[in-house]
Design a protein around this ligand. Structure first.
Ligand SMILES: *Cc1c(COP(=O)(O)O)cnc(C)c1O
Length: 413
C-alpha cells in the first residue's frame, strides 16, 4: 500500500478518534440528547445511562469504583482540580495568616498543566519542591522520600513523561506517601489506557487522564478520586449545579463522556497487543536511526519507558533545519506545548541535554495504526536528512577530523 504523507508520528500530542468511538458517540448528539441531570423523564434517564456505562468502563480501566470517577474536560482540568483542590482542602494554615500553608512535592519535568498550578500555589503561600531527575529522566521513590517533610500535604508526580516517555516509580512513591500521610496525585495522561493501572496496587489517590490521548475525543477526561483508605477530599474549583458529587459542576458533556468510555473499553481490551506491537516498532525505529548515524542519543532511560514514545537528539545539525527537512513526518521538537517558542525543551534541559542538542531533538510517538512501512520510511527520511545536513556542517567535518570541539577557542569577528 502506498504511504500517505504527511505521516503522523505525534500520538503523544493527540490521537485520532477510533472509529468505534465515533460510532458509539453519534446517537448521543441527536437521539439521546437529554440532560443526565433531568431526573424526571425518559430523555434524562437515557442520557444518564450512557454516562453510567462510560463511568463503569473508565473505572474498570483503572481498577476503581465507578463512584470514584469524576468527569472533566481533560487532563489540564483534572490536574488543576487535583492539585489546587487538594492543596486548599488540606492546607496547614489559611491564606493571609502569614504562615506557610503547606508543602507540595512535584518534579521539574512535569507537563505545564501540573507545573503551572504548582507555581500558582507557590505564589499563594504554599511551599513547593521541584525534584530534578538525572539524565535517565526517572523520578524515584528515594528522591521523593528525601523531599518529604512533616508538613507535606501533596505529592504530584506524573506516571510517564510526555516528551521522553520515561516511567516514574509510581507504586513505590504511592506507598511512601501513604506511610507519611500525604495525598498522592499522578498525571497519568500518557500511561492510563496504554499500560495497566490498578489504583489499589499502585497506591494512587488521585489520577488524571484524558480522552484525546487514548483514541477518544478532545475536551473530555476523568479524574480518579479515592474514596476509602484514605478518603480524599477536594475543594471544587467550579461551583454550580453540583454535578459529579460537587467536584465539578456543569452539565455533563454526554457525547464526550460516552466517547471516553468507549475509548477506555477498547484500550483495556487491546492494551497488551497494542503495547507489544508498538514496542517492537519503536525499537525498530530507534535502531534504524541510531544504527546508521553516529553522534545521536535516545533521551531518557533505555528500558523504563513507554512502548510508543522515543526522543532522539542529533549532534551536528541545526534544529530548525532538521524540522524543515523532515516536515512530511509530523512529530515534535521538544513538546507540542513548547515548540511554538524557540526555547529548548525544559524537560531535556533538566536532564542535562545541552541547548544545542535539545534544539536538534525529535519526539516521535507511534499509535494504534502506525505501520512497519511508516516506521521504516520515517527512519530512512531522518537518516538521509541528518546525513545531508551534516555534510554541509563545518563542525561535523572538524569532529570527524578528531578535533575536540569543546576545546576550540572560537575567534571574534
Ligand atoms: C496532553 C497532556 C496533558 C494535557 O491534557 P489535556 O487533556 O489536553 O488537557 C497533561 N499532561 C500530560 C502528561 C499530557 O501528555
Amino acid at each position: 500500500m502506498a504511504l500517505k504523507l504527511p505521516m503522523y508520528l505525534d500520538h503523544a500530542a493527540t490521537t485520532p478518534c477510533d472509529p468505534r468511538v465515533v460510532e458509539a458517540m453519534l446517537p448521543y448528539f441527536t437521539k439521546v440528547f437529554g440532560n443526565p441531570g433531568s431526573r424526571n423523564h425518559e430523555f434524562g434517564w437515557a442520557a444518564e445511562e450512557g454516562v453510567d456505562t462510560s463511568r463503569g468502563h473508565v473505572a474498570e480501566l483503572l481498577g476503581a469504583d465507578p463512584k470514584e470517577i469524576v468527569f472533566t474536560s481533560g487532563s489540564t482540568e483534572g490536574n488543576n482540580l487535583a492539585i489546587k483542590g487538594a492543596a486548599y482542602m488540606y492546607e496547614k494554615a489559611p491564606a493571609g495568616a502569614g504562615k506557610p500553608r503547606g508543602h507540595i512535592v512535584t518534579c521539574a519535568i512535569e507537563h505545564k498543566a501540573v507545573l503551572d498550578p504548582c507555581k500558582r500555589l507557590q505564589k499563594e503561600g504554599f511551599e513547593v519542591t521541584f525534584l530534578e531527575p538525572g539524565p535517565d529522566g526517572i523520578v524515584t521513590a528515594e528522591m521523593v522520600q528525601a523531599a518529604l517533610r512533616d508538613d507535606t500535604i501533596l505529592v504530584t508526580i506524573m506516571w510517564a513523561n510526555n516528551e521522553i516517555g520515561t516511567v516514574n516509580e509510581v507504586p513505590r512513591i504511592g506507598a511512601l506517601c501513604h506511610e507519611r500521610g500525604a495525598v498522592f496525585h499522578t498525571d497519568a495522561t500518557q500511561w492510563a489506557g496504554k499500560m495497566p493501572v490498578d489504583v489499589e496496587k499502585d497506591q494512587v489517590d488521585l489520577l488524571s487522564m484524558s480522552g484525546h490521548k487514548i483514541y477518544g475525543p478532545k475536551g473530555v477526561g476523568a479524574l480518579y478520586v479515592r474514596r476509602r483508605k484514605p478518603r480524599v477530599r477536594l475543594q471544587a474549583l467550579v461551583d454550580g449545579g453540583g454535578q459529579e458529587r460537587g467536584f465539578r459542576s456543569g452539565t455533563l458533556n454526554v457525547t464526550g463522556i460516552v466517547g471516553l468510555g468507549k475509548a477506555a473499553q477498547i484500550a483495556r481490551a487491546e492494551m497488551d497487543a497494542d503495547a507489544q506491537r508498538l514496542l517492537a516498532l519503536r525499537r525498530r525505529l530507534e535502531s534504524a536511526v541510531t544504527g546508521k548515524l553516529g553522534s545521536t542519543q535516545v533521551n531518557g532511560h533505555a528500558e523504563k519507558r513507554l512502548p510508543h514514545i522515543t526522543n532522539i537528539s542529533f549532534g551536528f545539525v541545526e534544529g530548525e533545519s532538521l524540522m524543515m527537512a523532515v516536515k512530511e513526518i509530523a512529530c515534535s521538537s521538544g513538546s507540542a506545548c513548547t515548540s511554538a517558542s524557540l526555547e529548548p525543551s525544559y524537560v531535556l534541559k533538566t536532564l542535562g541535554v545541552g541547548d544545542e542538542l535539545a534544539h536538534s531533538s525529535l519526539r516521535l510517538s507511534l499509535g494504534r495504526w502506525t505501520t512497519r512501512e511508516e516506521v521504516d520510511y520515517a527512519a530512512e527520511r531522518i537518516v538521509e536528512s541528518v546525513q545531508k545536513l551534516r555534510s554541509l556542517s563545518p563542525l561535523y567535518d572538524m569532529h570527524n577530523e578528531g578535533i575536540d570541539l569543546s576545546k576550540v577557542v572560537w575567534g571574534q569577528h
